[in-house]
Design a protein around this ligand. Structure first.
Ligand code: SF4
Length: 175
């Protein structure tokens, strides 16, 4: 019986492969920043987590784009196989790497907070990726920023409002 429960917040890097206008992270920081694997290698993070096996651990990751780093896939595959890591671990991601996520670290313990950034994904591509992750039970939610650019392109490119967009995701059981 595990008595303690911890929320472990892990920010792999503030680097990101996107450069959204509304991002809170500085452009230069997104281009080049330290990572959590610069000092401690992935094996060290894996064995460090084993030391907490008498507690329940929930993980929350954000950035930057966590899946930009190859070590993240190794880390998540190992962490998610540990019994004391509980379901509902959240990761904020722009899902650019959805296919790689599905291939290298599929786990229903992970619930991804998927962001839809219109500058970088067409609606078709976003839907394809969200559906693929949903089939693996890995989607927590989809976030959409109602910025001027996004609203304009939703209207111009797809003749849709935000409510129409909500309906489209609702049809695949994603909110
Ligand atoms: S995907 Fe997220 S972290 Fe990356 S630039 Fe856009 S808002 Fe910032």
């Amino acid at each position: 019986m595990r008595n303690e429960k911890y929320l472990f917040r892990f920010v792999p890097t503030m680097m990101c492969n996107f450069n959204c206008d509304y991002c809170f992270v500085n452009k230069d920081v997104k281009k080049s920043s330290p990572t959590m694997f610069d000092v401690h290698k992935v094996d060290e993070w894996i064995s460090a987590m084993e030391k907490f096996s008498d507690a329940e651990i929930e993980i929350y990751m954000w950035g930057g784009e966590p899946f930009l780093l190859n070590d993240i896939y190794i880390l998540l595959r190992e962490w998610m196989s540990m019994e004391h890591i509980i379901g509902g671990c959240r990761i904020d991601t722009n899902i650019y790497f959805a296919d790689k996520i599905a291939e290298l670290c599929p786990s229903s313990k992970l619930k991804l907070n998927c962001s839809y950034h219109m500058k970088y994904h067409s609606l078709e591509e976003e839907l394809r990726k969200v559906k693929k992750l949903k089939e693996l039970d890995m989607v927590g939610m989809v976030n959409f920023v109602a910025s001027e650019y996004n609203i304009k392109h939703l209207q111009q490119d797809y003749r849709m409002t935000v409510f129409d967009l909500i309906k489209v995701f609702n049809e695949i059981d994603v909110f």
